[in-house]
Write a protein that binds this ligand. Structure first.
Ligand code: AMP
Ligand code: GLY
Length: 420
C-alpha cells in the first residue's frame, strides 16, 4: 500500500514508524515530513495546510490511503476533498472536525449529551463579556472559540486579567476570526489526562490513557508549550475510571453526533480534568495528541493499519483491539528560546547512538542541511523509552536523551513526576 501522511511533527513520524512495521505498507510519503521521516519513506515539499496542493498530489499519485495528522487541514475540510477523489482517508470531515475547530460547538454538544464538563457561558460581544466578568468568581478561564495554536485558552486569576484576555481575543483580535466568540469557563482543579479513542462513528477503540507535560520548565512551571513529554498508561486513570470515562463521555458523544447527523470517523482525543467530583471534559481534539502519539502507538499490539482501515470502512466492531502490557515515556528536546522564539539551525549529534530495541527517536523540528541533520523548529525531537514499568521506560528514554545533543537544548528531567 502507498500511504500519504500529512504533517511534519513527532506525531506523524510516530504514525509512519508504526505503519512501517506492517508488511502491507510498501510506500510511505510524508507531506512535508521532517529529517526523521526520510528514513521511513519520502518527503514531498507540500505544507500540511496547503489543501489544494495536497488534493492535487493525491489526484495524480493515487495513494491507497491518506492519513491527516494535524487539526488545521482537518478543520478546513481536507478529508472531504480527498474523499471526493474516491481515495480512502483517515480523519474526520470538516463538519465533524468542528469538535476541535469550535469550542462553542463542542460545549453545546457536550451539554446536550449531559457529558460532564466545566460550566461556561458563550459571548459574541466584548461589552457583554466584560459586564459578565464583574460578577464572576475567580480564577476563571477565557477561551477563544476557534483554533489559536494552543494560545487561545487563558487562565485568569482576577477580573483585571480576564478583562485583558477578553480585550486580546475580542477587541484586538489577536487570533483573528477564532476570537469572534469566547467561552468564559469555570476553572477546574485536578490532574489532566489525555484519552485517545478511534471511532468509525458507531464503535470505538480506546488507547492507553496518557498524560503530557505542557509547561516548559520542571515542576510544571513557565509558559505552555505543545508538550514537553508524555507517558502511558498513567496510573491516574485505572481500568474502572477508564470504563467510567468511556461510558459517561465517549459513548454519549458518539450518540450525540449521530443525533446531529454528523458522521464522525477518526480520532477522538479527550482532554479531561480528574476533579474531586469525577472526570470532566476540558476539550476535545479531532486528531492524535503530540507528544502522546509517541507513547500510545509503541504500546499498540493491534496493527495500526488494521485500526485505520476498519475505521474508514466502518467495521471497527470486528477489530481485536489489544495494547501491550508495558509502559512508555517520551521526553522532548526543544530548541533554546522555545516556546517564545526558538533559535534553530544547530547540528544535532548522537542520533545514531540511540539504537536499543526499546528506544525510538521521533523527529519533529529537524531537517537535512549541508549533509547533516539540523534543528529547524521549536520542538526538535523526542525519545521514547519502552519498559515493563513506567520507571523502567523513564530510564530507557533518558538514557537515549543523554546521547543526543545540540546547542543549548532544553528538556525536562522530571517527565512522569506525578506518576513516579
Ligand atoms: P484546552 O485547549 O481547552 O485544552 O486548554 C488548554 C489547557 O488549558 C488545558 O490543557 C488545561 O491545562 C487548561 N484548561 C482549559 N480549560 C480549563 C478549565 N476549565 N479549568 C482549568 N484549566 C483549564
Ligand atoms: N499534547 C497536546 C496536544 O496534542 O494538543
Amino acid at each position: 500500500m502507498k500511504i500519504l501522511i500529512v504533517g511534519n511533527g513527532g506525531r506523524e513520524h510516530a504514525i509512519g514508524w508504526s505503519l512501517k512495521q506492517d508488511p502491507r505498507v510498501t510506500d510511505l510519503v510524508f507531506a512535508p515530513g521532517n529529517a526523521g521521516t526520510t528514513t521511513l519513506g519520502t518527503n514531498v515539499s507540500i505544507a500540511a495546510t496547503d489543501t489544494k496542493a495536497l488534493a492535487n498530489w493525491a489526484k495524480s499519485e493515487k495513494p491507497d490511503l491518506v492519513i491527516i495528522g494535524p487539526e488545521a487541514p482537518l478543520c478546513v475540510g481536507l478529508t472531504d476533498e480527498i474523499e471526493q477523489l474516491g481515495i480512502r482517508v483517515f480523519g474526520p470531515n470538516k463538519k465533524a472536525a468542528q469538535l476541535e475547530g469550535s469550542k462553542v460547538f463542542t460545549k453545546n454538544l457536550l451539554q446536550r449529551a449531559h457529558i460532564p464538563t466545566a460550566q461556561s457561558e458563550t459571548f459574541a460581544h466584548a461589552a457583554e463579556t466584560l459586564e459578565y466578568l464583574k460578577s464572576a468568581e475567580y480564577p476563571i478561564v477565557v477561551k477563544a472559540d476557534g483554533l489559536a495554536s494552543g494560545k487561545g485558552v487563558i487562565i485568569c486569576q482576577s477580573e483585571a486579567e480576564a478583562q485583558e484576555a477578553v480585550k486580546k481575543i475580542m477587541i484586538d483580535q489577536d487570533f483573528g476570526a477564532a476570537g469572534t466568540q469566547v467561552l468564559i469557563e469555570e476553572f477546574l482543579d485536578g490532574q489532566e489526562a489525555s484519552i485517545h479513542a478511534v471511532t468509525d462513528g458507531d464503535e470505538l477503540v480506546v488507547f492507553s490513557p496518557s498524560q503530557d507535560h505542557k509547561r516548559i520548565f520542571e515542576g510544571d512551571q513557565g509558559p505552555n508549550t505543545g508538550g514537553m513529554g508524555a507517558y502511558a498508561p498513567t496510573p491516574a486513570v485505572d481500568g474502572p475510571l477508564l470504563e467510567e470515562i468511556i461510558g459517561c463521555v465517549f459513548r454519549p458523544l458518539l450518540e450525540e453526533f449521530k443525533k446531529s447527523n454528523i458522521q464522525y470517523k477518526g480520532v477522538l482525543y479527550g482532554g479531561l480534568m480528574l476533579t474531586s467530583k469525577g472526570p470532566k471534559v476540558l476539550e476535545f481534539n479531532c486528531r492524535f495528541g503530540d507528544p502522546e502519539t509517541q507513547v500510545i502507538l509503541p504500546l499498540l499490539e493491534t496493527p495500526l493499519l488494521d485500526i485505520i482501515l476498519a475505521t474508514v470502512s466502518s467495521s471497527l466492531r470486528d477489530i481485536d483491539f489489544r495494547v501491550k502490557n508495558q509502559s512508555a515515556m517520551t521526553v522532548v528536546m526543544a530548541s533554546p528560546g522555545y516556546p517564545e522564539s526558538p533559535k534553530t539551525g544547530s547540528p544535532i549529534s548522537g542520533l545514531t547512538d540511540v539504537c536499543a530495541d526499546n528506544q525510538i527517536i521521533f523527529h519533529a523540528g529537524t531537517s537535512h542541511s549541508e549533509g547533516v541533520i539540523k534543528t529547524s523548529g521549536g520542538r526538535v525531537l523526542s525519545v521514547t523509552g519502552i519498559g515493563n514499568t513506567l520507571l523502567n521506560a523513564k530510564e530507557v528514554a533518558y538514557q537515549g536523551i543523554a546521547k543526543i545533543s545540540f546547542e543549548s537544548a532544553q528538556f525536562r528531567r522530571d517527565i512522569g513526576h506525578r506518576a513516579l
